[in-house]
Unconditional design. Sequence first.
Length: 214
Amino acid sequence: MKLLLTSEGWQKNAKIGKEFLKLIDKKSSEIRIFLVLTPTKYFKRNKYVRRLFGQFQGVNVPKKNISFFQLNRRIRKTDLKDIDVVFVMGGNTFEYLKRLRKTGLDKAIKNFVKRGGVYVGLSAGSYVICPTIEAASWKHADVNTTGLKNLKGLNLVPFLLTAHFKQELRPLIKKAAEKTKYEVIALTDRQAILVKGTQRKIIGNGRRNIFNSL
């Protein structure tokens, strides 16, 4: 299992991008990415998408090597053929999880990772990999507008994470973490969690913010 769970990708820390490249035994020019996002009406004008392209350019992955999936149809077996990386973007975590289930991509991701594929999450894309997505609403950033009742995530890691962490949020996160049985790792926008098999490490400088440490 090879996972890179980020708060903000590697936009603010090039070291995370270097660790991303180490996960894949290919030249940057040969890496093929399956980029997942919620539907957007004006896709080519989306500033968020264009900003993400800047991150891929930073690690020399050509634009032509990126396939897009807007979570608006059932996943097909051929969609992930010859793909090296599934990259799930940020947004409303509740909507992402609901659409992952509806499209069947949740199961496809599990199979993809099991076969040795690399998974990268950015914010919401990282939350959905956890046992539950409960931490997505701790900072009141994500609102459950979809009415999603089952918050069980893909459960590929045994911990929860909270993205976009700042030290002023410590009391809030600490209080919320006391109500869950899981270990909680809080990531700043310059940090990420690298998971390889059963091993994990936090990438990036600064304090390691871990609650309910096991």
